[in-house]
Design a protein around this ligand. Structure first.
Ligand code: GLU
Length: 477
């Protein structure tokens, strides 16, 4: 995918880092300390499967331990390699700093095609990989807390948590060793949708600022905006679903590994996903839209918002000039190479960068980790108390209205809505929304406030690097 002559993913991240660091007043030593990846552990292990020993290669990379635990997902894909996990670990450091989750950055990966193995086999492989990492404290509630990423989900996280607890039977905080678990295994409501939900909240925040929209040549709100989504996995699916069902966006194309579906009137995202679930993740044959075999070419179709939500490096030197979207939101990590980023900027395209755009996942992971450490569900103590206070107010209004003969009547549905205390899902969404708004405002202050800052990516790096540097300094480094 990456055209020759382009830097590797890790180099691309470093080059983007350098663009920002140049505009900051950091000592060369500190700059270097922040940029480099602290360590990468490679593990090769064997699992007896289908009558023979299969050897797997996995990684856990720790980019920065300025705060602990370090945090970041575990990816299952054949393309996993050391360069990639190091790039992703670095992005985790900057992402966590930007959205103020108190973690350093880490990432893991296993070279495997999860589709080749059945559930029981995957469990054996996952438990063995987890065992290797746990015994070296590379999975640990206080030191290193993985989460889902490409190719993994709630199921794998539940196996990892269980493996940790088998090996640490007296650790009362054992469940906090990994996030993204299913709710019945110590997870939190709203974690599965979190990254896609974060993309929605990020776009809502962007569209609250007319000057920012203007930079992309856009106006109005999200309603009616034409959206192209690449990747209808967990992130792309939720982002596309929420934007179309709740904000009036028209999802005019989705791109998957076997091509793309197009419908200028807007696709029914839920229907497409149901089709994919029934047809091995493939789009071909879907009856209600046009299918195009060359999916990558659809990235170049005219639209208002392009959402790459699949892999790194999909917008590169080879196709960047042909991209027509005025606004790109990077739901995936690293979908735009360093060279492509430059071309797009010159064209006036506004890019909402990955470290911000997809930070919803780690934000809700943070809430899950806190929930696990506090051993209580969010809202359990407050919900009914909140409802009782609201009820008091409504009853007083009703009493006033009848006693004074004022004849007031509450708007339809108001009473039910107002009387409802916040459950865990509502609190998670509220915390996520607040996080996405606050982080956007920190970026845009720098974007608009400093003339030499051309784009949101550099602004994001400046905020993040500044925070990491402050932590290192306070440690005496
Ligand atoms: N894998 C996700 C990411 O790249 C989530 C990480 C986490 O929740 O720790 O941000």
């Amino acid at each position: 995918m990456r055209v020759s002559g382009e830097p590797s993913f890790r180099e691309s991240v470093d080059l983007m880092f350098n663009r920002a660091a140049k505009l900051m007043d950091l000592s060369p030593g500190l700059e270097q300390k922040i940029r480099v990846c602290n360590s990468t552990y490679t593990v090769r292990f064997g699992v007896r499967l289908r009558g023979k020993i299969e050897t797997f290669t996995g990684y856990r990379s720790v980019h920065s331990e300025h705060m602990e635990p370090v945090k970041g997902g575990i990816r299952y894909a054949l393309s996993v390699n050391q360069d990639e996990v190091e790039a992703l670990a670095a992005l985790m450091t900057y992402k966590c700093a930007l959205v103020e989750t108190p973690f350093g950055g880490s990432k893991g990966g296993l070279c495997i095609d999860p589709r080749q193995w059945d559930e029981h086999e995957l469990e054996q492989i996952t438990r063995r990989f987890a065992y290797e990492l746990i015994k070296r404290d590379l999975i640990h509630p206080a030191q290193n807390v993985p989460a889902p990423d490409m190719g993994t989900g709630e199921r794998e996280m539940a196996w990892i948590a269980d493996q940790y607890m088998r090996m640490n039977t007296t650790d009362i905080n054992g469940r906090a060793c990994v996030t993204g678990k299913p709710p019945h295994a110590g997870g939190i409501q709203g974690r599965v949708e979190a990254t896609g939900r974060g993309v929605q909240y990020a776009l809502r925040e962007f569209f609250r600022h007319p000057e920012d929209m203007e930079k992309a040549g856009l106006s109005g709100g999200l309603d009616g905006k034409r959206v192209i989504v690449q990747g209808l996995g967990n992130v792309g699916y939720h982002a596309a679903k929420f934007l179309s069902e709740e904000d009036g966006c028209k999802v005019i194309a989705v791109i998957e590994r076997d091509g793309a579906l197009l419908d200028p009137k807007g696709l029914n995202v839920e229907d497409v996903r149901q089709w994919m679930n029934r047809h091995g993740g493939l789009l071909a044959g879907y009856p209600n839209a046009k299918h195009v075999a060359d999916g990558a070419s659809v990235l170049e179709e005219p639209c208002d918002i392009l959402i790459p939500a699949a892999m790194e490096g999909v917008i590169h030197l080879g196709n960047a000039v042909r991209i027509k979207a005025p606004l790109i939101i990077e739901a995936a990590n690293g979908p735009i190479t360093f060279g492509a980023d430059e071309i797009l900027r010159r064209k006036g395209c506004v890019i909402i960068p990955d470290m911000y755009a997809n930070a919803g996942g780690v934000t809700v992971s943070y809430f899950e980790w806190v929930k696990n450490l506090s051993h209580i569900r969010f809202g359990r103590m407050q919900r009914r108390a909140e409802e009782a206070r609201s009820r008091l107010l409504v009853e007083e209004l009703e009493r006033l209205s009848s006693d004074q003969g004022l004849g007031w009547s509450l708007a339809e549905g108001f009473k039910e809505k107002f009387l409802q205390g916040s459950d865990e899902l509502a609190l998670v969404r509220s915390g996520l929304d607040d996080t996405m708004r606050t982080a956007y405002q920190a970026m845009r202050e720098i974007w608009h406030g400093r003339q030499e800052v051309e784009d949101l990516r550099v602004a994001a790096y400046i905020v993040s690097i500044g925070r990491v540097a402050a932590t290192y300094r306070s440690k005496g480094l």
